[in-house]
Design a protein around this ligand. Structure first.
Ligand code: NDP
Ligand code: GDR
Length: 357
């Protein structure tokens, strides 16, 4: 009988962590997630996946921990004996990283190093192999050096967040070359979904549209509308993470759609969908500008397409509509196209179970 595969995920309560946990559970994995202790519950995105750990056959287990706490990371590796570790945990907001640079870099950069060190010790002692995924970012390209950006494009990070991600990227390469760790860097371009955090620009827009339609808001304050991003669908992108760890040899991959759009194009498609003109609602607020901006991101996913057989399945317009539909639905506004697959059922059991941890 083959052994059940076990995965350990940092950042399981985030957008990507929730989709990745879904994917791995569907593939029969036992999934262990690291969650932070917070004064209010932060598990909304995974409540629909959670079962009381006492339930026979339960496959998802949550453990308290933090990327700032290396001792706990080591203990959790020992406890869970994972075949695969996905490091998705981060203070992932670029603008906020300028306000809290030291904290951001501690989580993003030192957090990855702590995890890699823990894996190195664990592998040397147990002789078991752990496959490691590092959640890298297109923000590492920063100031444009060439377009489209590929695995060979020089990096030029422009925020504390991006500098931290670049450190984590190179540490992963170094642990691979120095200690033969099976470490892969995903260089993921922006990916969104109805589960996207509410302060990232796409979700801020789609949520505002629903609130405008519900008469709960009449203005939307935004910063730079000229920046261009290569936006894909998060559910597609977690498949790429998994594929990287299933290859014979570890490597680094750009994951992107190969298309780029300005923020104002996102606004046009999203507002047009509900027959509104964004210019009547959007106002400028300098608070949302960054001290240094990343103006143009467009990825070249050829390597991922050729070597992993990965490709995006959702177009830009479909993604915008999916997000608007879901936000409308959440406020009880009928949308003829709403599919319902993104609704997270309110399962009270997770709260009970966590309360007794
Ligand atoms: P989110 O911001 O939605 O989720 C971040 C996760 O990290 C949350 O689970 C959060 O926990 C957790 N976290 C934050 N700080 C710590 C810490 N100190 N210790 C442990 N966990 C922590 O991010 P996404 O899901 O969008 O992104 C996943 C990863 O991919 C991140 O590393 C991000 O930087 C990277 N990335 C994302 C891209 C995107 O477009 N989404 C593109 C490229 C890279 P809590 O819920 O408690 O806050
Ligand atoms: P980004 O995403 O910085 O690309 O990082 P975000 O949605 O925050 O910004 C995208 C662009 O929109 C402009 N913008 C605004 N952004 C926000 N958040 N709020 C606003 O009001 C606003 N107005 C304009 C920004 O200036 C920027 O140009 C995301 C994160 O998920 C990172 O963790 C990840 O690594 C990268 O994507 C790839």
């Amino acid at each position: 009988m083959t052994e059940t595969k076990r995965a350990l995920i940092t950042g399981i309560t985030g957008q990507d962590g929730s989709y990745l946990a879904e994917l791995l559970l569907a593939k029969g994995y036992e999934v262990h997630g690291i969650i932070r202790r917070t004064s209010t519950f932060n598990t909304d995105r995974i409540e629909h996946l959670y079962q009381d750990p006492h339930t026979p056959g339960a496959k998802l287990f949550l453990h308290y921990g933090d990327l700032a706490d290396g001792v706990t990371l080591r203990r959790l590796l020992e406890l869970t004996c994972p075949h695969e570790v996905y490091n998705l945990g981060a203070q992932s907001h670029v603008r906020v990283s300028f306000d809290a640079p030291e904290y951001t870099v501690d989580t993003v950069a030192m957090g990855a190093l702590r995890l890699l060190e823990a894996i190195r010790d664990y592998e040397q002692r147990t002789k078991l192999q752990v496959r490691y995924y590092q959640a890298g970012s297109s923000e590492m390209y920063g100031l444009v050096q060439e377009v489209p950006q590929s695995e060979t494009t020089p990096f030029y990070p422009r925020s504390p967040y991006a500098c931290g991600k670049l450190f984590a990227h190179w540490q992963t390469v170094n642990y691979r070359e120095s200690y033969n760790i099976f470490g892969c860097n995903g260089i993921l371009f922006n990916h969104e979904s109805p589960r996207r955090g509410e302060t990232f620009v796409t979700r801020k827009i789609t949520r505002a549209i629903a609130r405008i339609m519900a008469k709960q808001q009449d203005k939307l304050f935004l910063g730079n509308l000229e920046a261009k991003r290569d936006w894909g669908y998060a559910k597609d992108y977690v498949v790429a993470m998994w594929l990287m760890l299933q290859q014979e040899t570890p490597d680094d991959y750009v994951i992107a759609t190969g298309e780029t759009h300005a923020i104002h194009e996102f606004l046009t498609i999203a507002f047009d969908y509900v027959n509104l003109d964004w210019k009547n609602y959007v106002e400028f607020d300098a608070r949302y500008l960054r001290p240094a901006e990343v103006e143009l991101l467009i990825g070249n996913p050829t390597k991922a397409q050729t070597k992993l057989g990965w490709k995006p399945t959702v177009t830009f317009t479909e993604l915008v509509h999916l997000m608007v539909d879901t936000d409308l639905h959440a406020l009880g506004i009928k949308s003829p196209n709403y599919q319902g697959e993104e609704t997270l059922p309110d399962i009270a059991i997770v709260r009970q179970a966590l309360a007794t941890m």
